[in-house]
Design a protein around this ligand. Structure first.
Ligand SMILES: *[C@@H]1O[C@H](CO)[C@@H](O)[C@H](O)[C@H]1NC(C)=O
Length: 580
């Protein structure tokens, strides 16, 4: 099953503690009368550790390294976020156990992601990070029993299954070292491979894991986000298992990207599964494209900076986003990112796009960028994240709408951020604060907000909080934590139900109406980023771990020379990184 598997050891987390030294043992063995003592102590220790557990939980066993990694003292805020997770997950256990998701209003359950228990797989690593080891151990039972089957004629969506299930398994494995997690990741990764069987090598929308049958999505095209959000998972899986097929399938898509003839880093949102060429001319960081941008940067980071072409594509794409998609509203000076079709901006701003500030901030933090680029990316990150925050703070509930249309300048080109920046530079940087940044106060009157909410739902999504977290970590500015906490309190106030948490249908009128859903990403991402923002320890340092697009942290690894030979990865360019 795992021919080349070498167990991943995690250098920094959880910390290992030495209980007995060799000298202590030698002392015991040198005195015959004491020889039985270690055995007795061992027995007592075993009963003490596992006794209560065996009594209460039957066949479950605690993960071997578990008790060493829980933070010993939790801040009040971290504790409250952990309580929120426990409330959500306990409700799922009570009313929806091993179904995919809880229906928090009706108390029902739903199988909407293959029926394998996505809430469990997607949040194993959250449980581990929060020190909820008993829940984690129960989750391992579910993993152990998984067969990854769907009904004949049904299909597992490739993208969602990869980022939630495979990403969840790999991250939980990296954190805990439990072998079953890797075994199941390997099983699942292999059974999804037929998705790549198109003429171009782009993945199909969905695949039946038993038969290998595939089917396309409703657009009939391959979405860029779906083609480019499996490289972290499959490369790490290739590294853990040694299976070249995992690497080859996912890397082939990168090769298509390296070769693609596109205008200045503007990767379009749709591609043709047969020809491997772009099939539309929409440029976006929203739903169809979002995580593809992220994976360009994150592949470079995850593989310890060994694939310079992906970094180059990231920088080109980021530059293009900044040059073509960023606008500032005329009255409130709100910087935002929109999408453009054949060069025409839509002025739509999606909550999903609120991941962008976090990605840019991570790039600033990890790449050696020229001073001007660094400044530009930092401003963009700060300005857009502030707008994301305002869209929350403006609403009666304190929760942000899912999609907005922003007020445009007249003519609209006057609101283009790079144009405004150039004017500001030419005028000698008046006030020292670039356009689109600066003081920002919530606006409670919809008519004067500079945007209209097209979708008034808050779907328990993570993107704004994710960016607040990365910005807080990388800049140290407490304002991001304050904002994160305000969002958490709004979630507690308006989304918490007797059972779990529910998406909010009406963010700007209270009491809010609810939707009968608790998406697994609330457990996987929203609560994880919040917890990491308030737990005192830096459990997942950004230079050692890289979050996949479902907030599953994977450890940075180096390709060994054997792997480079096997997977045909060019040798690391030692001169690629210019220290400045
Ligand atoms: C990319 O271009 C190179 C050089 O022209 C070619 O050898 C390779 O097959 C191309 N790869 C893909 C996946 O199109």
């Amino acid at each position: 099953m795992l021919p080349f598997h070498t167990r991943q050891t995690n250098p920094s987390f959880p910390p290992k503690r030495r209980v007995f030294s060799v000298q202590t043992l030698q002392l015991f063995y040198s005195k015959p009368a004491l020889r039985w003592l270690p055995y007795l102590l061992g027995l007592i220790l075993t009963l003490w550790l596992f006794g209560p557990y065996l009594l209460h939980y039957g066949r479950n066993t605690l993960p071997s390294s578990a008790p060493q990694s829980a933070p010993e003292v939790l801040s009040v805020r971290a504790q409250r976020i952990r309580d929120a997770y426990v409330h959500a997950y306990a409700s799922y256990k009570q009313d929806a156990w091993t179904f995919d998701e809880l229906l928090p209003v009706s108390g029902g359950s739903v199988n909407n992601f293959n029926g394998w228990g996505v809430s469990v797989f997607d949040s194993l690593d959250t449980m581990w990070i929060m020190g909820l080891y008993e829940l984690f151990a129960e989750g391992l039972e579910v993993v152990t029993q998984a067969t990854f089957e769907v009904e004949p004629g049904e299909y597992a969506p490739f993208f969602e299954t990869t980022i939630r299930y495979l990403g969840g398994l790999l991250s939980a494995y990296a954190l805990s070292g439990e072998p079953i997690l890797l075994q199941k990741a390997d099983e699942l990764g292999a059974s999804l491979l037929p998705a790549f069987g198109t003429r171009s090598g782009f993945p199909m929308y969905a695949v039946n894991p038993q038969t290998g049958d595939t089917r396309g999505g409703w657009t009939g095209a391959v979405l860029w986000a779906e083609a480019l959000s499996n490289q972290m998972e499959y490369k790490y899986l290739a590294h853990l298992t040694g299976r070249a097929e995992y690497f080859d399938k996912t890397q082939h898509i990168m090769e298509i990207m390296y070769n693609a003839s596109i205008t200045e880093g503007q990767f379009p949102t749709q591609w043709d599964a047969k020809t491997g060429k772009p099939s539309n001319n929409q440029f976006s960081v929203g739903a169809y494209a979002d995580s593809a941008h992220e994976y360009l940067l994150k592949q470079w980071l995850l593989t310890a900076e060994s694939e310079p072409k992906t970094k180059a594509l990231y920088l080109r794409a980021a530059e293009s986003i900044i040059d073509t998609l960023l606008y500032v509203t005329p009255n409130r000076n709100m910087l935002y990112v929109t999408d453009a079709n054949n060069g025409s901006p839509s002025f739509k701003f999606e909550h999903l796009s609120c991941f962008l500030p976090g990605m840019l901030a991570l790039g600033v933090h990890t790449l050696d960028l020229p001073a001007h680029t660094k400044e530009l990316h930092s401003w963009a990150a700060e300005g857009i994240a502030t707008t994301c925050w305002l869209t929350y703070a403006d609403q009666a509930s304190g929760l942000g709408p899912d999609e907005m249309t922003m007020t445009r300048s007249s003519p609209y080109s006057k609101g283009k951020w790079t144009t405004l920046l150039a004017e500001w530079e030419a005028n000698g940087r008046p006030s020292g604060v670039p356009p689109g940044l600066g003081p920002s106060n919530p606006e409670h009157t919809p008519a004067t907000r500079d945007y209209r909410a097209d979708k008034t739902t808050y779907l328990l999504r993570p993107e704004a909080i994710e960016s607040f977290y990365i910005l807080w970590r990388t800049t140290g500015d407490e304002v991001w934590r304050d904002r994160g906490w305000a969002v958490f309190e709004a979630i507690e106030k308006h989304a918490r139900m007797d059972r779990g948490y529910a998406s909010v249908a009406t963010v700007d009128s209270t009491p809010v109406k609810h939707l009968d859903e608790m998406p697994s990403f609330f457990l996987a991402e929203t609560l994880k980023y919040l917890y990491l923002m308030f737990v005192d320890q830096d459990i997942i340092p950004l230079d050692k771990w890289v979050f996949n697009t479902e907030a599953h942290p994977l450890p940075v690894f180096e390709w060994s020379s054997k792997e480079r030979l096997r997977f045909k990865i060019p040798p690391k360019e030692t001169t690629a990184r210019n220290k400045n």
